[in-house]
Design a protein around this ligand. Structure first.
Ligand code: PEP
Length: 252
């Protein structure tokens, strides 16, 4: 059975003081949600402060990115060793990183291997752009991103990976995919690609989230789909009541 997971991607929002305030308000309600894994992914600068506030709770911490080298002369980067000191999860290959910071399937794969080597659980983002969607290339693009992004992963650790299907045109636009449409991509493209890599049993054990304008109003529709196991939430994860309500919707 796949335990539902709801992760909040704070993107580049919240100073330390703002993060402390948001988390203090969110913890009681979020902790009351059972049967769902809940993850907060603030900016790097907030991680220590948020980690302190989450101590003793069942809410997990995630980073939004990392570099693949363990240490070295890589000014401005953060290593898997550093992330693993504080976090259980790390988001890799978010479309904003692919679009604005030149991340590729190859760099996502290097980061994924490094994350696994440091016992971090990667949340690997895949999804087609609007142009690719309109050119009917969704299946080809998403299949390639899964195959190349996860290539070379040992079968024994594959179940620790989480995939987030995030159509780029749905992120931050208020225009979510339809729930059956997103489910079809997960069931017909992502799980088969995972099965090619790891076999059917492991492919069925890997959690696949939907991301892209998930809100309180549409969350249940996504979570009742056969192959969607939760959500990666951007904008709505910064609103206390909304993120708690989305987590509640994921509790089955
Ligand atoms: C995201 O940042 O991954 C995301 C899905 O954002 P939003 O929910 O705001 O569309």
């Amino acid at each position: 059975m796949r335990i539902p997971l709801v992760a909040g991607n704070w993107k580049m929002y919240k100073t330390v003081a703002e993060a402390r305030h948001l988390v203090s308000e969110m913890v009681p309600g979020l902790q009351a949600v059972k049967g769902v894994e809940k993850v907060l992914c603030p900016p790097f600068t907030d991680l220590m402060a948020v980690a302190a506030l989450l101590e003793g709770t069942d809410i997990e911490l995630g980073a939004q990115n990392m570099y693949w080298e363990s240490a070295g002369a890589f000014t401005g980067e953060v290593s898997p060793t550093m992330v693993a000191e504080l976090c259980k999860y790390v988001i890799l290959g978010h479309s904003e990183r692919r679009t604005y910071f030149g991340e590729s399937d190859a760099s996502v794969n290097r980061k994924l291997q490094a994350a696994i080597a440091h016992s971090l659980n990667p949340i690997v983002c895949v999804g087609e752009t609007l142009n690719e969607n309109e050119a009917n290339q969704t299946a080809e693009v998403v299949h390639r991103q899964v195959r190349l992004g996860l290539a070379g992963t040992d079968l024994s650790v594959a179940s620790a990976i989480v995939i987030a299907y995030e159509p780029v045109w749905a992120i931050g636009t208020g225009k979510a995919a339809t729930a059956p449409g997103a489910n079809a991509v997960v069931a017909d493209v992502i799980r088969p690609a995972l099965a090619e890599l790891f076999g059917t049993a492991i492919a069925q054990s890997i959690r696949v989230l939907y991301g892209g304008s998930v809100k309180v109003d549409n969350a249940v529709e996504f979570f009742t789909q056969s192959d969607i196991d939760g959500a990666l939430v951007g904008g709505a994860s910064l609103k206390v009541a909304d993120f708690i309500a989305i987590a509640q919707a994921a509790a089955k």
